[in-house]
Write a new protein. Sequence first.
Length: 96
Amino acid sequence: MKKKGRAIIWPVYLDGSKPRSGGRIISSEDAVHEPRLNEIEAAADKLGLHPEVEPHKAYPGSWWEISGRVWVDEVAPKSEIARDIASAIQNLRQKK
């Protein structure tokens, strides 16, 4: 169910190992390899998007895989938010 002013970010949106037809919404150059929910949450929090994690949800295109999803504030188009989150994840991974 859609929440006003919020957008869903599924891990597949950011996953560079998935094709566009598999759900990825950003370019493979901007994407990250197998993003985890905790990384998406940390990146969204760093960006001030007030993330809300729902770990037991499945992406409709692959309903048999429980990947979880993250609700974030919809401050821009979803693809732009996804690109910003992927970039923040890359920065978090480099710091480790």
